[in-house]
Write a protein that binds this ligand. Structure first.
Ligand code: NAD
Length: 507
C-alpha cells in the first residue's frame, strides 16, 4: 500500500502545546513558551511549555518517590519484562504515526525512520526485557569460611538527556535500559524535537509503567537541562549530544559526584583501501556520510582513499552524490530530507567557505536549495581537503558534508584516522585480512566496522574514545551503569571472633 506524502504527513497529529509529564500528569505551566518547527516547511507545528527549575525538581521528586515507595523497583523481573515487551509492541502498533511525527519534527526521510529509528525504538525495550531475564550475580567460594556473593541493585533516579538527530531511538534506549533494571527516571528530549518523547509517555502508561517511573521535562538546555543535571537527587545521568554540552553537564554532575555516561560527537573516518570491494566500499561510504541527512554522531565524515584507486573512487563518489534525491521527507523516494533547522543548515554551509579558504576543492553541492525554501534543505556536499589539519577534517560539521583525503600506505591511513580529538567509529573497507587486522589493532575508536556501514549490536558496548564520550551503552555496559554492586558476605560456619571487653580478649 502506498500513501501520498500528504496522507503520511497527516498521520503525525502533533499536540498544539507539548507539556512536561510528571507522575502521569501533563504539566502545561511554564512562563516561557518555545516554538517547535517543521524544518522542511519552516512552519510551527507545536509549542513547548518550558519546565523551570521548580518543575524539574517536582519531576525528580516524583521519580524519587516512585523509586523509594512505588511498585516498580520491587516487581519480579518477569513482571517488568511483560511491561517492557508491551511497550515494544505498542511502539510497533503506533509505528506509522511515530514515524510521521518524527519526520515532521526532524526532516529525516520517513521511509528511513520507519525501517530504522522507529523499529530500533521498539527493539530497545524488547532487548532489555530479554537481557534482564538472563542476568546473574557473582559468587565467590574460595574462602572456606565465608560465602560472598555480589548482587546488583537498581541505583535510583536517572536523568536521561537526548539530542535532536535521532530523538526517539536514542532516548528510548536510555529509558529502556534505566527502567529495565528497576530505576525511575526524568527524561529531557531536545527542545527542538520533543514530540515523539511526549508520544512515548502515553505508550508507557498504556503498557502499565506505574506513575512516576518515567517523567518528562521539556525546555532549553541551559534552563531545564541544567536544572536537571545539577539536581542533587539524581543518582545517574546519561547524556547523548554535543561535546561542549557534555563538558558543561560533567561540570554540574561533578559537584554531586553523579556518575555519567556521555555519547558525544565524532569525526569518524572511512578508510578505503585498494584491496576493498570498491562497489561495496562506495555504497558504504555514501551511506556512512549521507544517511540520516548526515546528522549522525557516527557519520563517516572523513573519507580516506588509497592513492592507487583515488581518481576512480572519487569520481564515482561525486557522481553518486550528485544523484542523491533531496526533497520532502514524507516522499518515500527522498534520500536526504531537511536538516534540523535553517540555522543549523546555514552553519553547515559556512564550512564550504572555510574549506575553500584553506585550499579545499568543492567537488559537489555546497549550496542551499532555494527551490525548497523556507525548508532547511541543502545539496549533499563533497570537498577534497588539502590536509587533515583543515577545519573540515577536524570539526564535527553534522550534516551531509564529506571531506575527502588520500593516503599511500595503511600505516599512513591509520595515523590520519587517529589524528582527531574524536574517536567514535572507524570504517575499514578492505578484503586484505592483514590490512583489516592491522587496522582493528591500530585504530583508536570505540567501534570498528569492517566492510559495513553502521550495524548496531545492542549486546556489545557502544561509545567513543577521547572527546567522543565517556562510558558505553549496550547490554552489559548498561547493566554496570544502571545498577549498584552490593557485596554480601556470610560466614559458612561460626568463625573465631575476638571478645572485646571480656577476659578472653587477646588484642
Ligand atoms: P546538544 O548538546 O546541543 O543538546 C543535547 C541535549 O542537551 C538537549 O536536550 C539539550 O537541551 C541539552 N542541553 C544543552 N545544554 C545543556 C546544559 N548546559 N545542561 C544540560 N543539558 C543541556 O546536542 P544536539 O545539537 O541536540 O545534538 C547533536 C550532537 O549530539 C552532535 O554533536 C552529535 O554528534 C551528538 N550525538 C552523539 C551521539 C553518540 O551516540 N555519540 C548520538 C547522537 C548525537
Amino acid at each position: 500500500m502506498t500513501s501520498s506524502p500528504e496522507a503520511l504527513r497527516a498521520l503525525a497529529r502533533p499536540p498544539a502545546l507539548t507539556p512536561s509529564v510528571i507522575s502521569g500528569h501533563e504539566v502545561f505551566e511554564g512562563a516561557h513558551r518555545l516554538t517547535v518547527i517543521d524544518p522542511a516547511t519552516g512552519r510551527q507545528i507545536s509549542e513547548l511549555a518550558e519546565a523551570c527549575a521548580a518543575t524539574v525538581d517536582q519531576a525528580v521528586q516524583a521519580a524519587a518517590k516512585a523509586f523509594e515507595t512505588g511498585p516498580w523497583p520491587r516487581l519480579p523481573v518477569e513482571a517488568r519484562q511483560d511491561v517492557l515487551r508491551r511497550i515494544s509492541a505498542l511502539i510497533e502498533r503506533d509505528a506509522a504515526r511515530l514515524a510521521s511525527l518524527e519526520c515532521l519534527n526532524t526532516g529525516i526521510p520517513r521511509a528511513h525512520l520507519i525501517r530504522g529509528q522507529i523499529a530500533r525504538s521498539a527493539l530497545n525495550f524488547r532487548f532489555f526485557a530479554d537481557y534482564i531475564g538472563q542476568t546473574q550475580g557473582d559468587l565467590y567460594t574460595q574462602n572456606q569460611d565465608y560465602l560472598t556473593f555480589v548482587r546488583r541493585d537498581a541505583v535510583g533516579v536517572c536523568a536521561l538527556l537526548g539530542p535532536w538527530n535521532a530523538p526517539l531511538a536514542l532516548i528510548s534506549m536510555k529509558i529502556a535500559a534505566a527502567i529495565a533494571f528497576g530505576n525511575t527516571c526524568v527524561v529531557k528530549a531536545s527542545e527542538q524535537t520533543p514530540l515523539t518523547a511526549h508520544a512515548l509517555m502515553a505508550i508507557l502508561t498504556e503498557a502499565g509503567v506505574p506513575e512516576g517511573v518515567v517523567n518528562l521535562v521539556n525546555g532549553r538546555g541551559h534552563i531545564t537541562g541544567a536544572a536537571l543535571a545539577a539536581h542533587p537527587r539524581i543518582d545517574r545521568l546519561s547524556f547523548t549530544g554535543g561535546t561542549e554540552t557534555g563538558r558543561a553537564i560533567m561540570r554540574a554532575t561533578g559537584a554531586n559526584l553523579t556518575p555519567v555516561t556521555m555519547e558525544l560527537g565524532g569525526k569518524s573516518a572511512s578508510l578505503i583501501f585498494e584491496s576493498a570491494d570498491l562497489e561495496r566500499a562506495l555504497d558504504g561510504a555514501l551511506l556512512g556520510i549521507f544517511s540520516n541527512n548526515g546528522q549522525q554522531c557516527l557519520a563517516g565524515s572523513r573519507i580516506l582513499v588509497q592513492d592507487t584507486i583515488a581518481n576512480e573512487f572519487i569520481e564515482a563518489f561525486v557522481e553518486r552524490t550528485r544523484r542523491i534525491r533531496v526533497g520532502d521527507p514524507f516522499d518515500p523516494a527522498t534520500e536526504i530530507g531537511a536538516l534540523g533547522s535553517v540555522a543549523h543548515r546555514d552553519r553547515v554551509l559556512t564550512y564550504v567557505g572555510t574549506a575553500r579558504a584553506q585550499g579545499g576543492e568543492l567537488l559537489a553541492g555546497g549550496h542551499a536549495i532555494e527551490a525548497l525554501a523556507p525548508g532547511a534543505f541543502m545539496s549533499p556536499t563533497v570537498v577534497r581537503a588539502r590536509s587533515n589539519a583543515d577545519r573540515i577534517c577536524r570539526e564535527e560539521i553534522f550534516g551531509p558534508f564529506a571531506a575527502l583525503q588520500t593516503f599511500r600506505t595503511p600505516h599512513e591511513a591509520f595515523a590520519l584516522a587517529n589524528d582527531s580529538v574524536f574517536g567514535l567509529v572507524s570504517y575499514i573497507w578492505s578484503n586484505d585480512l592483514r590490512v583489516a587486522m592491522a587496522g582493528q589493532e591500530a585504530l583508536r575508536s570505540g567501534l570498528i566496522w569492517l566492510n559495513t556501514p553502521m550495524v548496531r549490536e545492542l549486546r556489545a558496548p557502544f561509545g567513543g574514545f577521547r572527546e567522543s564520550g565517556v562510558g558505553r551503552e549496550g547490554g552489559k555496559a548498561c547493566e554496570a551503569f544502571y545498577t549498584e554492586e552490593k557485596t554480601v558476605t556470610i560466614p559458612v560456619r561460626d568463625a573465631a571472633m575476638n571478645k572485646l571487653g571480656s577476659d578472653r580478649s587477646h588484642l
